[in-house]
Design a protein around this ligand. Structure first.
Ligand SMILES: NC(=O)c1ccc[n+]([C@@H]2O[C@H](COP(=O)([O-])OP(=O)(O)OC[C@H]3O[C@@H](n4cnc5c(N)ncnc54)[C@H](O)[C@@H]3O)[C@@H](O)[C@H]2O)c1
Ligand SMILES: [Zn+2]
Length: 445
């Protein structure tokens, strides 16, 4: 029997686990709940259910594969973990989200392949979490050898010279084809370690342990990896999917306030491009996020990962819809590049970029002023900038934006908002005069 989307509504039993049942939690996700999992919830991306025709046997085998992993995992101390599946056929992988997951090493151990592991981290994160991760992996037994490389901290080190330190360590310690690279840190470490894993010996296993909001809601999901070039951000890289992503929300407790806010910019982005109810939830819960309320963060991370997983499942290599995840990034990358990497945080530049994109859309009559006000107000409440530094000139924006990866056949394509909250377009079909006017409004000259 083929399960059409409609038949997923309601619930049905899964033969081997009679107490497991599907029920539609929201239009966009289906949730498997089961007393077997003692609070562990499985959330499958919408596409798993809707975009293909699934037989009961298909679902059964998928569930059994997941159950086999989860059954032997002891519950975390909070007894609550969410799992978001990134559905990419045979390269699908789980994102585990929860408190104290670094204290649940079985999760990590299950995805370690081979006998050699290289943990890549930086000078800030290493003293906080490296020992715990190494101990956790070693606990797998069987003579697994864990090496680590500690890189200097900062976006300015997201370059080829620093990348080479990962390869140096991997070669010195004789990492082989079956080894696993583990990224422990924020987006910079994740992007660099992922690119190293994609290219070392033409590709080795890769696990992400993201420790910033930015990395937990965005950069660790979807397989984009790479380094910067002095002339442009992320210009050198590869698509490379991890085996799993392990999000321990407790790691956010050590994150500086400014970094926390930077990651919230990407959370706001998901609401704007495709999830109006999530944006409205943020309007009600922004102060809870800033206060690091664990429940609010768990929800925001889960909803962000679901949104990203859905988009990536539809368009892994960014042929179309995936580009919408770059709302505000064309302006934002220009800000980051012109100020010098690291001067403004990525999310800060994206926040100003989203404000500039909204300004352009109002000028073209694509969105109402009232929506623009809501966007600016939420960004301000998140303590994020809503304009670039004034000393950046229109010429600086233009020349940097012309190097943007979204330039095709000499034409700049942008992600722009159109219509009601939650709708956007990826298009080159916009009024260039609106772009001129926006740049003129935000730059002194
Ligand atoms: N691959 C993607 O799809 C994607 C998406 C978004 C952003 N990115 C990239 O991610 C990078 C930005 O990531 P980021 O904002 O995480 O920056 P980051 O990696 O520089 O981390 C921010 C700072 O927080 C520190 N830190 C990390 N975890 C910590 C913790 N738990 N406690 C205390 N300090 C901690 C880091 O050492 C660093 O100083 C950019 O390079 C951006 O291009 C990539
Ligand atoms: Zn981003």
């Amino acid at each position: 029997m083929a399960l059409a989307p409609a038949s997923i509504r309601g619930s049905f039993s899964v033969d081997r686990y009679p107490c497991a049942s599907f029920s539609e939690a929201r239009p966009s996700t289906a949730r498997l709940s089961s007393s077997l999992f003692q609070g562990i919830r499985l959330v499958f991306a919408k596409e798993t259910m809707n975009s293909r025709s699934f037989t009961r046997a298909d679902l059964h085998s998928r569930l059994c594969a997941r159950c086999a992993v989860l059954e032997s995992v002891s519950p975390t101390s909070q007894g609550d973990m969410t799992l978001v599946n990134v559905d990419l056929g045979d390269r699908s992988y789980p994102i585990y989200i929860g408190s104290a997951l670094l204290d649940t090493p079985e999760l990590l151990q299950r995805h370690i392949k081979g006998k050699k592991v290289l943990v890549v981290t930086n000078t800030t994160v290493a003293p906080l979490y490296l020992d715990k991760v190494i101990e956790g992996i070693k606990g797998k037994g069987g003579g697994v050898i864990v090496e680590s490389v500690i890189l200097p901290d900062g976006e300015k080190y997201k370059d080829m010279a620093t990348l080479m330190k990962i390869f140096d360590k991997a070669i010195e310690t004789r990492m082989d084809r079956k080894c696993t690279f583990v990224a422990l840190g924020g987006g910079v470490i994740g992007d660099m370690c992922g690119f190293a894993a994609a290219s070392f010996l033409r590709g080795v296993n890769f696990i992400q342990i993201p420790t910033t909001v930015m990395a937990q809601v965005d950069s660790s999901v979807g397989g984009k990896t790479g380094v910067n070039h002095p002339l442009g951000k992320n210009l050198i890289g590869a698509f490379y999917q991890p085996q799993c992503v392990l999000v321990d929300t407790d790691t956010l407790n050590t994150l500086p306030d400014r970094e926390l806010a930077s990651g919230i910019a990407e959370i706001i982005k998901y609401g704007l491009i495709r999830d109006a109810p999530f944006f409205e939830w943020q309007e009600k819960n922004m102060e809870a996020l800033l206060a690091r309320d664990a429940g609010a963060f768990a929800y925001a991370i889960k909803r962000s990962c679901e949104n990203k997983a859905e988009v990536v499942s539809l368009d892994e290599l960014e042929g179309g819809v995936r580009a919408t995840l770059n709302l505000g990034h064309t302006f934002g990358h220009a800000i980051e590049t012109r100020l010098g990497y690291g001067e403004w945080l990525h999310g800060e530049a994206v926040a100003a970029g989203m404000a500039m994109a909204a300004d352009m859309c109002v000028r073209m009559g694509w969105i109402d002023k009232s929506l623009q006000s809501r966007i600016l107000s939420l960004l301000e409440r998140a303590k994020l900038p809503t304009a670039p530094p004034r000393h950046l000139t229109t010429e600086m924006f233009r020349s940097t934006m012309s190097l943007d990866k979204k330039v095709a056949d000499g034409k700049l394509k942008m992600i722009l908002l159109k219509g009601s909250l939650g709708n956007c377009l990826f298009t080159s079909d916009f009024d260039p005069k609106a772009l001129d006017a926006t740049l003129a409004a935000f730059c002194d000259k």
